[in-house]
Design a protein. Structure first.
Lengths: 206, 103
């Protein structure tokens, strides 16, 4: 079979996964099903990354997004017990869905029109990179990871270090946000916790 | 190997994915599903980054995707923490119920 035909086959199959999963996320009533639709979209994106020779990002996409983030979503859904179907026919603001549809269609058609008008021919002046090493051309299977590592730990080392600060702050903030502080102990979220305890007590009484 | 499919196709796919995500964010009421729609939009941006990195031959685009993933992970951790503490106070809260946050 022709290589070009195969590439188009891969592209359209993965595009179908991406769009089908995305439509599943926004239409399925049960949040667990929506999360599984999200998994399908993320795998489709990973396939598109492989098709564009971004092998490392494809692996990270599967491990971090499909592996960690969606599991975190499912964990929270199960933890809170909200894994029941919602009634999507109830719409408090009547005009919102038509307006949202107009916005979505307008956004899609505007971006598509801009992309088609540019048609891949426009190249930003002075924006040419040094080229991307491709495994099949360099004969080195690790060329993508090596080039990415040189770029990340060379040009972007400071930003890379800052991401560790970001992750530590995010983890510490989440622990403070969600922890139930013991009563009578002075803590930094004293007011919020007192209200929450009062509410949960009345909720239990009902 | 790389030239058969023009970046235009990937950009159009990303545009459609972003629009679906934005549409879903506006019509859904469940905060968890709204969060998933934000992930859809982030992934559309990632696809655009990789497509243009390939087109321009610039590895910096792929590095940007790496950073987007890190920030998305941090955002999900904080966002889900907030959602957990909100839903613990008001079980079954939707985005409409959060209007009380405006004080």
């Amino acid at each position: 079979m022709d290589t070009t035909f195969l590439e188009y086959l891969v592209f359209f199959a993965a595009a179908l996964m991406v769009l089908g999963g995305a439509i599943g996320v926004i239409t399925l009533k049960n949040p667990v099903h929506a999360a599984l639709g999200l998994v399908m979209t993320l795998f489709g994106i990973a396939v598109q990354f492989v098709a564009q020779e971004a092998h490392f990002l494809a692996a990270v996409q599967v491990i971090v997004y499909a592996g960690a983030i969606v599991v975190l979503f499912l964990f929270v859904i199960m933890l809170l017990g909200v894994d029941n179907a919602m009634d999507l026919s109830v719409e408090p603001i009547k005009v919102q869905r038509p307006l949202a549809a107009v916005m979505g269609l307008g956004l899609a058609s505007l971006i598509t029109a801009a992309v088609v008008k540019a048609d891949g021919s426009t190249v930003l002046p002075g924006a040419r990179g040094t080229g991307i090493d491709i495994a099949t051309q360099t004969g080195d299977n690790d060329s993508n990871i090596k080039q990415l590592a040189e770029n990340l730990y060379g040009d972007h080392i400071f930003a890379f270090e800052l991401t560790s600060v970001l992750l530590v702050v995010a983890v510490a903030g989440t622990v403070i946000l969600t922890r139930k502080w013991p009563k009578g102990e002075p803590d930094i979220s004293a007011g919020v916790t007192a209200d929450a305890d009062a509410d949960s007590d009345t909720g239990a009484a009902k | 190997m790389i030239a058969a499919i023009e970046p235009t196709w990937y950009l159009i796919l990303a545009a459609l994915l972003f629009s679906i995500g934005a549409f879903g964010l506006l019509i859904r009421r469940n905060p968890l599903v709204m969060f998933m729609c934000i992930e859809l939009m982030l992934n559309a941006a990632n696809l655009t980054f990789v497509a243009l990195a390939t087109k321009l031959g610039d590895i910096n685009g792929q590095t940007a995707v790496f950073f987007v993933m890190v920030v998305a992970a941090a955002e999900v951790v904080v966002g889900l923490g907030i959602i957990v503490s909100i839903l613990r106070r008001k079980p079954g809260a939707t985005a409409d119920d959060l209007a009380g946050l405006k004080g």
